[in-house]
Design a protein around this ligand. Sequence first.
Ligand code: TRP
Ligand code: ZN
Length: 889
Amino acid sequence: MKDNQSPKPIYLKDYRPPAYWIDQTRLHFKLFDDYTLVQSVLTIRANPEENPNHDMPLTLDGGEALELKSIKVDSVELTADDYLLENEKLIIKQCAEQFQLEITTLIKPQLNTRLEGLYKSKGMFCTQCEAEGFRHITYYLDRPDVMSRFTTIVEADKARYPVLLSNGNPVAQGEAEAGRHWVQWQDPHKKPCYLFALVAGDLACVADTFTTRSGREVDLKFYVEEQDQDKCGYAISALKNAMVWDEEVYGREYDLDIYMIVAVSHFNMGAMENKGLNIFNTSCVLAHPETTTDAGFQRVEGVIAHEYFHNWSGNRVTCRDWFQLSLKEGFTVFRDEEFSSDMGSRTVKRIEDVNYLRTHQFAEDSGPMAHPIRPASYIEMNNFYTTTVYQKGAEVVRMIHTLAGPEGFRKGCDLYFERHDGQAVTTDDFIKAMEDANALDLSQFKYWYQQAGTPVLNIRDEYDATKAEYSIHIQQTCPPTPGQEKKKPFYLPCKLGLLNKQGEALKLELVNGKAISDNREEAVVVISEASQSFTFKNISSKPVPSLLRGFSAPVKTFIDYSKSDLALLMKADSDGFNRWNAGQELALQCLKEQMQNAEKGAALNLDAELLKGFTALLEDDALDPAMVAKMLSLPAEALIIEQTALADVDIIHSVRDFIQSELAKQLQPLFHQVYLRNHQQGVYLPDAKNIGQRALKNAALTYLGFLGTEDQGRSASLAYEQFSNAGNMTDQSAALRILVHNNASQADDALNSFYKQWQHESLVVDIWLGIQASSPVKNALDKVKQLMEGPPFELSNPNKVRALIGQFCMQNLVNFHDLSGEGYLFLSEQLIKLDAINPQIAARLAGPLTQWRSFNKVRQTLMLAELKKLQGQATLSPDVFEVVSKSLA
Ligand code: TRP
Ligand code: ZN
C-alpha cells in the first residue's frame, strides 16, 4: 500500500461536538432479492453551541457501496451543485437552522460479506451497526453523540420474510402489493445509530414474559431457526436472572414492553446490544446439554447478561465518542463478571477471568498493539474492541469498586445513571460521578485510562525479630509501550493478609501507611508511589505474605517465594484465588527450571514439591472439585510464552508435556479414583456443582490420556468409553479431544462417528473442527488444510474461521510456530483471502503474528517475513493495514 493512500489515524484530542443534531430519524426499508432501498427522513437542527449561525456544512458519513438515488431538503430535490460526494462523505454546503433531509440509497445486502451494516445470514436479513456500520446503510451522522428518535418501516416478501423486526415497539403493520407486507416499529428512547437494528426472516419465536420489580410485564421473544427452538430455554432463564440481578444489585429496571433476541449464524463478534432487539451469534444464545459444553453454557449466560446490562451501561447512558468505548464495555464486563460470580462460584469465576486477562491482555499490553483502555488514536475503530478495552477496562472498574467499597460504588453508579441518563458521555464523567458520590480523589487513578502497559510490582520483604516488625517494600514500574516511554505511578488497591508458618492468619496492625479497609486479618492498602513500604507490628515470626488477594489490581507481581512458601499458601490461604495463584506460581517455577534443563540438554525431572501438592489435591475429597480442577491445570503455553523472553515454543511444549506425563505416571491410581468419584450419570445440569465435577473428572481423564500406550492403552479405552456413552457434549467432546490430541488408535473412528452424529448441528461441527485444529499431533496443519477444502468449512462464516484457522493459530502453538515456517505462511495466505471478504475478522486473526517479538530469533525472522508480505499487498483493508503497520513499526 502506497504511503499517500495509507489510512490516517483519528485522534481523541481532535474531538468536536457535532455541528448538527438529528432529532428524528424515519426509515423505510424495502427489501428485495437483488437490492434494498433505504428511504430516510431526518429532522435536522443546527447545534447552537457548536454552530450558532448554522453556517457550517453538514457532513454525513457514508460507505463505498452506497448508491445515492435521491436527496431532498424540505421536499425539494437537490441539484449537483448543492452537495458534494467525496471520500465516502456526503456534504451539504448550505443548511438552514432546521430542515428535513430526505435521502434514498440503494444497497446490496446479499453481497455484503463484511457482516457490518445490513447483510444476509443464511436466508435472513440482519444488521450490525456498531461501531460504524450504519453508514453502510444510509448517509448519516454516524457517531455515538448524535442521538435520535427512530421510527422504522420494514417491508419485504411476506412468505419468505414473515418476521420483520426493528427497535422498540411494533406500532402498525399491513399488506403491500405483490405478496409483500410491512411492519412499522417505533423506539421511544433516543439512541445513537450504532444501536439501530433490523431483522427480516422466516424465524420461529420462543416467547416468555418477565414482570419487573415495579410490576410492568415485559414480553421476552427469542427468534431462532425452526430446528433450534429447543435450545432457547437456558438463555431465557439466564435473561430472567440477569433482569432480577440488575434490579437487586444496581436498582435498574428494563424500560420497554418487549425484549427481543435474534440468533444469527454469521456474526463477527459474540452479540450486540441493539436497543430492544439484541442480535446474537448462535454460539452465544443456543444451548442444549447434548450439543453444548459447560463452557458453552457459561458463555451463553455471560453474554446474555452482558447484552442485557448494556441497556443501562451503554444504551441509556452511551459513549460520547469511540475513544470512550471502555466506558460501556469495561463497566458492562465488570457487571457480567459479577453476575456470573453470583450465579455460580465466585472464586472459580475470578480464576477464569484472571487467567484470561494474564494470557491474552498482558500479551496485548506488551506488544505493538498496546493501548490504554481509553486509546488516544485509532485508524480502524473495529480494531479497538480489544481485551484491553473489555477485560482490563473491567479490572479498572473493579478497582474503583474495591476503593469505594460496595455501597460507595453503588452510590456512584446511581449518581452516574441519574446524572447522565439519555446522554453520551466520557470515562471522565464516570469517574466524576464516583468521586462526587464518595468524596474520593481519583485524579491519580485516572492514569489507568491514559497509560498502556502492565504495571510491575517488585516486592521485597523484611522481618525485624527484635522489634517484631514485618515490612513489605514495593517498587512500582511500567514498561514502555508504543508512544509512551515513561509512565507515572499508578494508583491501585492491594488486598493482603499474612500467614504464619502454620498457615494461620495473623492480626494486621499497620505502623505506617493507610489501610482503606481492614477486618484485622485482611487489609486493603493503596499503592500510589514508585517506591513504598508497609510495616506491620506485633508479628512474632517471619510470616508468608498473601498479596493482591482476589487479584485486586491488574499488575504483575514479583516476589521471591520459596517453594515451601507457595505450598503453604496453596494449602492455607483464606483467599481461594490466592490458593490457586500460589499453585500456578509453583508450577511456573518448576516449568522454568525444567526449561533451563531442556535448553542445557540436561535430563528433566518432576519436582517433589509439585508432586506433593498434586497428591494432596487428589487425595482430599473434601475440596471443591471445581477448584481442584483449576489447580490441576498447569499454566497454558500461551501464558508461559507471555512470561518468557524470546520464548522457545518447542521447549515450552515438551517440558509441559513431560511434567503432565510424569504426574500421570506417578499418580495414575489417584487420577483414576478421582475420575470414578466424579463421574456422575444423572440428569445433566449446568450448575456450578455439576460443572465442577465434570471439569475435575475430565481433567483427570486428560492426565490419564498422557499415559498413551504406557498403560497398554487402558486410559485411551476409558476415554473411548466415555466418548461412546456420553449423554452430554461436555463429556463427549472432552473424550474426543483426549483421543485426538494423544493420537489414540480410536481417534479417527471417533472423529468419523462424531461428525456423522452431529453434521447437522453447525455449532457442534465447530467443536469438531476446533479439536482437530488444536491438536499437537504432527500433521495438524495438513489436516486443517484438508478440512478447509470442503463443507462444512466456510471462509465467509466467522465461527468456522475461528474454529479452524483461529484454533490452529492460537491454540496449537507447537504446530503454528513450527520451525519450517509453514504455520506462518498458512496464516498470511488465509489473511489475504479473508481480508477481501471480511476485514474485521482478518485483522483479528492477524493477532498471533503481532506477537513476533516474544519468540526466538529464527521464528522472529519467519514471522516478520509474513508481516512484510502482507504489508506489500496492493490492496489491504484499513483494519489489516493498522495491525500490520503497527507490528512492523
Ligand atoms: N457491543 C458489542 C458487545 O460488546 C460488541 C460488538 C458486537 C461489536 N458486534 C460487533 C463490536 C461488531 C464491533 C463490531 O456486546
Ligand atoms: Zn459489550
